[in-house]
Design a protein around this ligand. Structure first.
Ligand code: C5P
Length: 415
């Protein structure tokens, strides 16, 4: 592990796994206080979202005191108006305990009438639900049908235990004990942290090649894709260094928790990446590096002459090809990007495959770009190819989903 990172407790603290604990209106809600405590003790950052009826069982003050985080129940509450989206994006895992028959039914049908159901609808992380209800409700055809549909969709529904119920009856319907639930959550979390102990150096943004002290040649890269990869890698437990070329502060905020090195030009980036290559297990060159730079950058602002102007450009080093040819560590994986446009001679993918073969990288992510596609906060279609140009995977979606997908493909290829 990089010593600078290890020494920075604020950065390390942020990469704590984050769990949303949804609490619905069952008597077993009190047991979730113990579940919360067990998870916190294990180093998990827990955010509680009770449904309005759950607050009649255990109050907001208790949840806030136990979790150390603010507690909301409605979508309109919170620091911003998209609390549910933030929760859904930032959670590594959501557990609903207890899950009432009512909430199971709502989630099955995609209702979003409170903060918890809205968050569940927007979530892409693993979801566990621990039902608790009276036996007749558990065995009712509607609930059986809802549970089957939710399981089919990939939601983990914990089987209820048999024992004494609130009604005084004995039967199936008890929520699993908090200790058992905590073990399940921690085990599932471990699986989501599949980059624990892996050091990744990622370049992002677009380089600026100086013409004079105030002007430069640049490109349209926002750096968002590299930042999304950094963010996903951090959440999966990696130590991340982001070498950021001219990435705006609001985009860069997405990689909070990464070690950030700011650079401007291709030569700056080359120097930073060379240094990082010494300690990285994986190098991802997501930056748009200028192929050329002005041969001379004037020390003073260039004056208008009334004549046409010729600027001589010299070729920049190909950082990716260099890092691929001279590995900083044994077994290091080098990943490049090919932002391509197709033309009448060949498709974007054909150009990407040709690039994969020429760069010497182990993996190349090919994505088609144009004036309105590929840049900034838009969906993207990617094809992942290996160094021989063989297609490993194709996918399409938001940059954050694609970042997760890329990491999963890389994960399969590292030992
Ligand atoms: O050759 P091209 O610029 O299309 O290749 C793209 C890939 O190579 C990206 O991963 C980019 O970060 C990297 N690159 C580089 N050095 C350059 C140009 C591109 O590392 N001078």
């Amino acid at each position: 592990m990089n010593s600078a990172l290890a020494g920075n407790t604020a950065e390390r603290a942020h990469s704590k796994p984050r769990v949303v604990l949804g609490v619905t209106g069952g008597i077993a809600a009190y047991k979730s206080c113990t579940l919360l405590r067990l998870l916190s003790k294990a180093g998990v950052d827990v955010h509680v979202i009770p449904t309005p009826s759950a607050l009649e069982m255990v109050g907001k003050t208790t949840w806030e005191a136990l979790s150390g985080n603010p507690v909301y129940t409605r979508v309109t509450e919170g620091a911003d108006s998209v609390t549910h989206i933030r929760y859904a994006q930032e959670a590594d895992l959501i557990i609903v305990a207890p899950a009432t028959a009512n909430t199971l039914a709502k989630v099955r049908w995609g209702l979003a009438d409170n903060l918890l159901t809205s968050t569940l609808l927007a979530a892409t992380c693993p979801v566990i639900m621990a039902p608790a209800m009276h036996t007749e409700m558990w065995l009712d055809e509607a609930t059986v049908d809802n549970v089957a549909a939710l399981r089919e969709r990939g939601i983990e529904i914990i089987d209820v235990a048999t024992g004494a119920l609130t009604s005084g009856d004995i039967g199936a319907g008890r929520m699993l004990e908090p200790e058992e639930l905590a073990d399940i959550v921690l085990e599932r979390l471990k699986a989501t942290r599949d980059f624990e102990g892996v050091r990744i150096a990622i370049s992002a943004g677009g380089t600026h090649e100086a013409l004079d002290p105030v002007r430069f040649i640049g490109n349209r890269s926002s750096g968002r894709f590299g930042v999304e990869i950094a963010r996903a890698a951090l959440r999966r437990g990696a130590d991340v260094c982001l070498v950021a070329a001219n990435v705006s502060a609001d985009v860069l905020a997405g990689a909070h928790g990464a070690q950030i090195r700011r650079v401007e030009s291709a030569l700056d980036m080359q120097a930073a990446m060379r240094e990082e290559a010494g300690s990285a297990d994986i190098i991802i060159m997501a930056a748009a590096v200028a192929d050329y730079r002005p041969s001379q950058a004037g020390e003073t602002k260039r004056k208008k002459t009334g004549e046409s102007l010729q600027i001589e450009l010299v070729e920049n080093p190909d950082i990716l090809a260099e890092l691929a040819a001279h590995r900083g560590r044994e077994g290091q994986m080098v990943v490049g990007f090919a932002a391509e446009t197709g033309d009448e001679k060949a498709s974007a993918l054909d150009y990407g495959i040709a690039k994969a073969k020429s760069k010497g990288a182990d993996v190349l992510i090919v994505n088609e770009v144009g004036a309105t596609t590929g840049f900034g906060d838009v969906d993207t279609a990617i094809t992942i190819v290996n160094g021989e140009g063989k297609i490993l995977s194709q996918a399409e979606g938001s940059k954050s989903r694609m970042a997760q997908h890329i990491l999963s493909v890389l994960r399969e290829r590292i030992n």
